[in-house]
Design a protein around this ligand. Structure first.
Ligand code: ME8
Length: 498
């Protein structure tokens, strides 16, 4: 059985989760759920990034300790992902002892390899980015990303000899053209490496962090403690059999703002420790709000929890996975979400289920007829599966779901063409309704990574045992899986129109 390991970035706990975080976690959830359907042995990991100055300063501003703030906000992230139905296998917090052990082992390996040296750092540091800049990179003396004032740091620090890895990184990226997607981001990474890599300071002289094993007066720079969460979660430093099984990771799902950390610093750090880099860093765009540039306050106002309370979990998941293609920036708007809900969920899926269940009740005494093997929808289902599988595979959930909905549209058109409501019970009605049920069954499986709750309900109403998530592809997408003879339940509208 192939194994499939995927991660999200771990969010800072200085604030509550916003819908940008939710987008990333749902993207990874959709893709990992698809791999579960394929029968892969899947591990999907998310979590929180709890050390560093940003979190420490947020705690000070709120009159609390960094650990109390981390406890409170980490729980908010976990709760939000639970409410969104995210099937994560592990939720890692960087303040956990297992993580300290792993980070210290990794740093020690890099140190023993001769790639960490003491030096003096002097220069600007942006706490919002948790990143060092050169004075030339600043814009009007401010952080080029946040436009906020930077700190001037002057310290004796430990430096990672990133410059030793410039050629190795280039060679590695050249040999692994799929290691960063989309290609535009890969080009950005290559250009950055080619522009020349400087050694980077990787420690700070304060206490809120992971202590360096060889110098307890310093803690690791937060990125050098955060990135290793990906190896901690699969047993690095604790269970080497597990680590060897799961590593290298298949996908790091991250936002475009942190590509440099993942595609330059992280592979170099791993190389220095004698570990293979990640197979793919997949960088998504930003979620914008109503077409406007992202602003933290706005995104905070729209919390995932409020959206779920308002629209229901599947409507939110559907909007993010169907409407926000992987790669470019995407737009979140209530109007867009409502329109998509009404067209795809209420009018297409909900309507097909309601028509089929109502007709089976009135024309077939509530017992679903088996689908004909020569149904005109059988070849449609085959094409839809091929298109959806290819799209999920290239990290395009929106295209996969669009392809899947083709089967719903054709099934609705098939009903309209045959008008079974006008026919007497008999073989023609059975054939049309068996076709409708079978289309719904296949769609329930194929759409379950995006809308697990609603598809489980479709499954239940069709009288099928188990749930769509328990099915295995490609077998479950083959026409004719519905056996016939099961009780079909009418039930209230699956997605009432809004
Ligand atoms: O960067 N739209 O944490 P973070 C889409 N702790 N994605 C967004 C977004 C938006 N509007 N805003 C943020 C960190 N993100 C570090 C990561 S990983 C070892 C350490 C994404 O809380 C962002 O791009 O600032 C990142 O991938 C994730 O949310 C966490 O962001």
């Amino acid at each position: 059985m192939p194994r499939f390991y995927a991660t999200t970035a771990i969010a800072y706990v200085n604030d509550a989760p916003h819908i940008g975080h939710a987008y990333e976690v749902l993207l990874g959830d959709g893709i990992t759920r698809w791999h579960r359907l394929l029968g892969d042995d899947v591990k999907y990991v998310t979590g929180t990034d709890e050390y560093g100055l940003k979190n420490q300063q947020a705690a000070e501003a709120q009159g609390t300790t960094p650990l109390e703030l981390a406890d409170r906000n980490s729980a908010r992230f976990r709760d939000a992902w639970d409410e969104l139905g995210v099937a994560y296998d592990d939720f890692i917090r960087t303040t956990e002892p297992r993580h300290t052990t792993a980070v210290q082992k990794l740093l020690q390996a890099v140190y023993d390899n001769g790639d960490i040296e003491k030096s003096t750092y002097e220069g600007p540091y942006c706490v919002s980015c948790e990143a060092y800049y050169t004075p030339e990179e600043l814009v009007d003396g401010n952080c080029p990303v946040h436009g906020r004032p930077v700190e001037w740091v002057q310290e004796d620090n430990w430096f990672f000899k990133l410059s030793n890895y410039q050629q190795r990184l280039l060679d590695w990226h050249e040999a692994n053209p799929g290691a960063v997607v989309p290609t535009s981001r890969r080009n950005e990474v290559l250009a950055f490496i080619r522009s020349g890599l400087r050694d980077i300071s990787i420690s700070r002289g304060f206490t809120w962090g992971v202590q360096l094993p060889w110098d307890t007066s310093q803690v690791a720079w937060v990125w050098f403690d955060a990135l290793p969460n990906y190896v901690t979660a699969v047993g690095y430093g604790k269970d080497e059999t597990s680590f060897d099984y799961w590593w290298p990771v298949d996908y790091h799902f991250i936002g475009k703002d942190i590509i440099r950390f993942h595609a330059v610093y992280w592979p170099a750090m791993l190389m220095a420790a004698g570990i293979e880099p990640a197979r793919c860093v997949a960088a998504h765009g930003f979620l914008l709000v109503s077409g406007e540039k992202m602003s933290k306050t706005k995104l905070n106002q729209i919390g995932p929890r409020e959206l779920v309370a308002d629209f229901g979990v599947d409507a939110v998941r559907w909007h993010f996975l169907r409407d926000v293609p992987f790669g470019p920036d995407g737009d979140f708007s209530y109007e867009g979400m409502t329109a998509r809900y009404n067209s795809d969920l209420a009018n297409n899926l909900g309507n097909l289920l309601s028509r089929v269940a109502t007709l089976v009740t009135s024309k077939c005494a509530g017992i679903g007829p088996a689908p004909p093997t020569d149904s005109p929808l059988a070849p449609v289902a085959e094409r839809v599966y091929a298109a959806a599988a290819a799209a999920w595979d290239r990290l395009a959930p929106s295209e996969a779901l669009e392809a899947t909905w083709q089967l719903i549209r054709e099934a609705n058109a098939h009903l309209e063409a045959h008008e079974p409501w006008k026919l007497e019970p008999g073989p023609e009605v059975d054939a049309v309704l068996g076709t409708g049920i079978e289309a719904l069954r296949i769609v329930a499986v194929l759409a379950s990574p995006a809308i697990p709750t609603a598809t489980a309900e479709v499954w239940r109403r069709l009288g099928l045992p188990g749930s769509p998530a328990d099915q295995r592809l490609p077998a479950a997408a083959v026409w004719g899986g519905y056996p016939g003879g099961l009780p079909v339940e009418k039930g209230p509208p699956l997605f009432p129109r809004r």
